[in-house]
Design a protein around this ligand. Structure first.
Ligand SMILES: *Cc1c(COP(=O)(O)O)cnc(C)c1O
Length: 728
């Protein structure tokens, strides 16, 4: 068994050159638990140490501290009067990590105490300085484990360590996306290597027909939650396998199934080697669908169960979450790839190749059908869920072929709508405003409706002022980025200076930032450039747009959309009204969602399973303008934001797109713009602020990750672990 270290001991093993109780040691301890990232007062300590390097280093506190000697840190701390702030933060972290007993989880998830939830995900978006995520799925996983930590729900997480992560984006002179992969230095990340009982690197090995694949394991502390990341860059692996986990969603199908072998099978093996015996397996999306197979093998070996008995027991404790509403979006593998990688495990399970393949097929014995990870997930779990109410309907219809004897309503796929980790996305200024009005313990009760009703007691002018202060901060971030982009393109000083003054704080500001997958239709507003120009250049009621987002490296149409939007800067009508920020990540997202007036979301319904960026906007007082898809279909009540269209889906994409375009402009011209510019004599848009309050009061708690994790605990984890049952 492996010794689980406390955060302070963790550091002692990683950086030997300082005493844990020194000032330097305390700072390193803070930097080594991602807990710091959702505590603005701790973030500010790191920033105050060196504001310029802090920004240049992607807000990475370990990289920052490694540039300091303990002596220089002491003198800087004296200069900035940081001693008591550091001591206070260090004590708070220690108390937090030690004190899981008085939490919601201790009361409501006691059954998980000895056997925690094992939460599997291919990506975790925890902070911009840890590049092991690409988009919404990763950020959701990160938010899930942060809320599990906050609530004290016993949970460990398993993912992959990508030393190049996802690509960094820049646009070339033609506005075309260029991808760059940077090597991450693990010394600069809060990763501690997991060792075996002899103090050697813990090694996990997976058999395939073509030889073993090995992985080592890193531990990242996310508050009270331990996140284990498997990394194939180890000596002894073949060269192709040393880079197996270097990139997220890179490579071909073979890379993909090998990564998924490591995540699922390797993940279960790693937990066992570490001495954790999970009571629940939560598969977040099909990527980790192989995990239950290894759990079954273990059970057969240890308890002498038959495959059928072990399958029943493992399925009972497995929760599967599906995120993909399009059939083409689900991982599928050929029989050859499956046999090469799962063949040895299959034999240990005592299954024939065809019987094994059937676990990934909708129609058993259909040799034409490839092996689908979502089908596997559904067959390996007793509890399965989609991520919004509408997505639940779509998923039940999509997988009805798996349950031919059931009507659609009886298909066993429920839904738990996604939510966001409030402390990670709420602006500090807004939090301070809430602190003044909300019940004192509101941060512990973020998932409760009553807490948020207090929003209606806030002075409207104060709420709007706070929002405008945040909008200004966001605009200065955007201008900084725009001038940097201009400088990088090699433009002259005038152009760089001009970029520093783009956009106007008094103008209604609409944000659109997310992956540039075509179904999200980032280009919808550009259907008619004359109408767009009339909208943004209205002399009395102008509008401006901020865009950001990456297209998948292989997504040509997505890249062309980026190009069209970015190149609007060459058109005088749009230069000062529509901008594109390169290299969308958690940092860009946080800045935008904290400062926009309106967040635009116009996917092709019903392809947005949930969407979460709009939920982040709610917390900070921005309003959603969205197609009634994903979370918004169940969130919109007529008073808490704006709807595009009536929540219908046209069978023809072309006609549907055209119709949604007209709905979008009608809503903008007739509702959004007039409401924003309808000021009272004091200059306050009263009805707008009222809508802000309705949005915050009705949505913040419902679409919080705290509410989401409480739902998973009550409807998924506790019953799966053998506790009291409750429906999804
Ligand atoms: C929240 C978030 C997303 C999810 O945005 P959607 O609008 O739900 O697609 C994607 N990327 C990043 C970096 C995020 O922070």
């Amino acid at each position: 068994m492996v010794q689980i270290d406390t955060p302070a001991q963790t550091l002692a093993t990683q950086h030997h050159d300082f005493a844990v109780n020194s000032l330097y040691g305390k700072c390193m301890a803070l930097a080594s638990n991602i807990w710091w990232s959702w505590h603005p007062e701790v973030v500010n300590i790191f920033r105050d140490l060196d504001p310029i390097r802090w920004r240049q280093l992607d807000h990475n506190p370990i990289a920052l501290l490694r540039e300091f000697t303990p002596e220089r840190l002491e003198s800087r701390a004296t200069e900035m009067v940081l001693y008591s702030r550091i001591n206070h933060a260090f004590r708070q972290l220690k108390d937090y990590v030690a004190n899981g007993r008085k939490t919601w989880g201790a009361t409501n998830a006691g059954v998980l105490g000895a056997h925690p939830v094992a939460y599997f995900s291919a990506e975790f978006g925890i902070h911009e300085s840890i590049p092991i995520y690409s988009g919404g799925l990763g950020v959701l996983s990160g938010d899930h484990i942060k809320s599990a930590s906050g609530l004290g729900v016993p949970l460990v997480a398993i993912g992959l360590y990508y030393n190049q992560g996802y690509f960094r984006q820049r646009l070339d002179d033609n506005g075309y996306q260029v991808e760059e992969y940077l090597d991450t230095q693990v010394e600069n990340l809060p990763c501690q290597q997991v060792l075996d009982a002899h103090g050697n690197e813990l090694r996990i090995s997976m058999d395939t027909r073509t030889g073993p694949v090995m992985a080592r394991v890193w531990l990242v502390n996310v508050g009270r939650v331990r996140l284990y990341l498997l990394d194939c860059d180890v000596e002894g692996n073949r060269p192709e396998d040393r880079s197996l986990t270097s990139r997220l969603y890179g490579g071909d199908e073979r890379t993909r199934i090998r990564q998924e072998l490591v995540l699922g099978v390797g993940g279960v093996k790693a937990l066992k080697a570490i001495g954790i015996s999970p009571g629940v397996l939560h598969l977040n999306e099909g990527h980790s669908g192989f995990a239950p197979l290894e759990a079954i093998r273990e059970m057969m070996e240890e308890d002498g169960h038959s495959f059928e008995e072990a399958l029943r027991d493992v399925a009972q404790k497995t929760v599967f979450t599906t995120h993909t509403p399009v059939p083409a979006g689900h991982d599928r593998f050929s029989a050859d790839l499956v046999e090469e990688h799962l063949g040895p495990l299959r034999e240990q399970l005592g299954l024939s190749h065809e019987d094994f393949m059937d676990f990934g097929r909708v129609s058993p014995k259909n040799h034409e059908e490839s092996f689908c990870m979502t089908v596997l997930g559904l067959k390996m779990s007793r509890r399965a869920n989609a991520v919004s109410s509408l997505h639940g309907h779509v998923s039940r219809r999509m997988w009805s072929g798996l349950y031919p004897w059931r009507s659609e309503e009886e298909i066993p796929i429920g839904h738990i709508t996604n939510g966001v980790h409030i402390p990670s996305w709420l602006a500090f200024q807004m939090q301070q405003l809430y602190d003044r009005y909300f019940p004192a313990d509101w941060m512990k009760r973020m998932g409760e409706s009553e807490v948020w009703q207090t929003i209606h007691t806030i002075e409207p002018g104060e709420l709007f002022e706070t929002h405008n202060a945040l909008k200004n901060l966001m605009l200065s971030f955007v201008r900084r980025r725009l001038s940097r982009q201009s400088r990088r393109r090699g433009e002259n000083d005038d152009a760089v200076e001009h970029a520093r003054n783009l956009l106007d704080p008094s103008v209604l500001t609409i944000g659109f930032a997310r992956r540039f997958a075509t179904y999200k239709r980032a280009g919808l507003i550009m259907n008619d450039l004359d109408r767009l120009s009339a909208l943004v250049n209205d002399p009395n009621r102008p509008v401006q747009f901020i865009f950001s987002g990456k297209a998948h490296p292989k997504d040509e149409p997505g890249k062309e959309l980026i190009q069209q939007i970015a190149n609007l800067r060459h058109d005088d009508r749009f230069r000062n009204r529509i901008v594109f920020i390169e290299d969308y990540d958690i940092n860009v997202c946080r800045h935008l969602i904290q400062g926009v007036d309106v967040w635009l979301n116009n996917p092709r319904r019903p392809l947005e399973a949930s969407g979460t960026s709009g939920q982040k906007v709610v917390l900070n007082g921005g309003l959603n303008l969205s197609v009634l898809d994903g979370w918004w279909a169940e969130a919109y009540d007529g008073t808490n934001g704006f709807a595009i269209g009536k929540g219908s889906t046209h069978v023809s994409d072309e006609i549907g797109d055209d119709r949604d375009y007209r709905y979008l402009f009608d809503t903008l011209e007739r509702q959004v713009v007039p409401l924003y510019y309808d000021h009272d004599i004091d200059g306050l848009p009263q009805r707008w602020v009222e809508m802000m309050m309705n949005s915050i009061g009705s949505l913040a708690w419902r679409f919080s990750a705290h509410r989401m994790v409480m739902d998973y605990t009550r409807a998924g984890y506790v019953p799966a672990a053998g506790g009291l049952s409750c429906d999804m």
